[in-house]
Ligand binder design. Structure first.
Ligand code: RAT
Ligand code: ZN
Length: 422
């Protein structure tokens, strides 16, 4: 009997070994929009939230005559019923976001063949959020998740002020979109209101020092795994505007000093169709020479990067080969579809080997951890099996314990080591 240290003998054994290793591996989910229970209503869960996920809202307008105005005037329950009717009953739920709802309900033990929305609602109303967190983490085989925490969001601040963020499986990420992308409109007044002596264009030494003081205070409070921002495709660096000044004089020095990496999520075109609200964002190809300049100019800073355009993915892998201060992660948002995950994962393994974080969930609704990880695990296992097979074909030996080691690194070890590295 192979106890894990003997070479795997053939293709069938390899396929089973890889699939088992990938499914057995607990995951650190490095980017979600989930919250621990003390954040109250910010933590979304349950069937009506699942059905009104913004990915599904975008889809329902394509299959219904409802106007934007009518839709937004509905209650959440009514919106969920419309989406259920149009996208699951009157059409087969083939899209990835629709399939995700089916997988989730099925994995939770609900009867998806009955197609009875009320039964699903009853299931959730009989469960407490704490119990449901345990159920979901167990089914998804997720050990910890990283939240997205906005220091400018007044709904979050009382929890941070209380010092009690509850469940220790939820970690913080200090999200800086408002500071970087909305400084004149929002961040400036907010900072002044808190007593930070900043100016409107962030031009003085004094203002830079004040923003650093703000960031340091939040790092102490949140103990974030990283700082993060989403950026448009026309993001440029170096930059002589506010973005450049925030990067160079505030975030990058603090990131270095506190050893908290900076995560860049590049390629989002916000509000392409504002009528769709959160569902109205689009994507476009970015100019990655700016990313190269950032990595080259700041070799002592650590960057986590994910991109929204399929066209950028190969170039990003090449950049990864040049800069060890870059950790590539996840298949973000419009990339989080089976055909694209498969392509990107294969591309990354071929160019970067095992030095990547192949996936994050981006779950906005707790239940989604179940399907996002089930779907991704399947694809990652298939691609890995194919890659190990090519090694076997070349005469190399692999053991089950080596596969478990590699999978452990992909699903958590690489992230931890990147955070620890100096
Ligand atoms: O994937 C999403 O749900 C998007 O709406 C965004 O939240 C994106 O992931 C982001 O973090 O900006
Ligand atoms: Zn996100």
């Amino acid at each position: 009997m192979n106890n894990g240290t003997q070479p795997i003998a053939n293709a069938a054994e390899l396929k089973t070994a890889v699939t088992e290793a990938v499914h057995a591996q607990r995951v650190t989910d490095i980017h979600t929009h989930l919250f621990s229970p003390p954040f109250g209503e910010l933590l979304l869960w349950g069937i009506d939230e699942l059905l009104t996920y913004h990915y599904l809202i975008a889809e329902v307008f394509r299959k219904s005559d409802i106007s934007y105005q009518q839709f937004w005037a509905m209650t959440k329950a009514e919106q969920a019923e419309l989406i259920w009717q149009r996208l699951f009953i009157e059409n087969s739920p083939l899209s990835e976001a629709c399939r995700g709802v089916v997988t989730t309900l099925n994995e939770l033990g609900l009867d998806v063949s009955a197609r009875n929305l009320q039964d699903y609602r009853d299931y959730f109303s009989d469960t407490s959020v704490e119990a449901f967190i345990d159920t979901v983490f167990e089914r998804a085989n997720v050990s910890q998740v990283v939240m997205t925490n906005d220091p400018f969001d007044l709904a979050e601040s009382p929890v941070w002020a209380s010092g009690n963020t509850g469940d220790s499986r939820f970690h913080a990420a200090l999200r800086l979109d408002v500071l970087i992308n909305n400084y004149p409109e929002t961040a400036y007044e907010h900072l002044r209101g808190l007593g930070y002596d900043v100016d409107a264009t962030l031009s003085s030494e004094k203002a830079h020092k004040e923003v650093r003081r703000f960031l340091e205070a939040w790092i102490q409070r949140m103990q974030p795994k990283y700082m993060a921002v989403s950026l448009p495709p026309d993001f440029r660096y170096p930059d002589d505007g506010i973005l450049g000044r925030v990067f160079d004089n505030c975030i990058l020095p603090v990131s270095r000093e506190f050893n908290v990496p900076f995560a860049l999520m590049i390629g989002v075109k916000r509000a392409v169709n504002p009528q769709l609200q959160l569902a109205g964002d689009g994507s476009a190809k970015a100019d990655l020479s700016s990313l190269e300049a950032l990595l080259r100019g700041h070799p002592d800073n650590k960057f986590l990067v994910t991109l929204l355009s399929r066209e950028n993915q190969h170039e990003l892998c090449v950049i990864g080969r040049k800069f060890k201060n870059l950790m590539i992660f996840g298949c973000w948002w419009f990339m989080n579809n089976p055909s694209i995950i498969e392509e990107i994962t294969r591309e990354r393994l071929e160019l970067l080997g095992l030095s990547i974080i192949p996936q994050h969930s981006d779950a906005r609704i707790l239940d989604q951890l179940v399907y996002k990880w089930k779907h991704s695990r399947q694809i990652i296992a298939d691609v890995l099996a194919e890659k190990y097979q090519t090694l076997l074909d070349a005469g190399w030996c692999v053991t089950r314990s080596e596969i478990a080691r590699d999978v452990g690194n992909l699903f958590g070890g690489n992230f931890e080591r990147f955070l620890q590295a100096n």
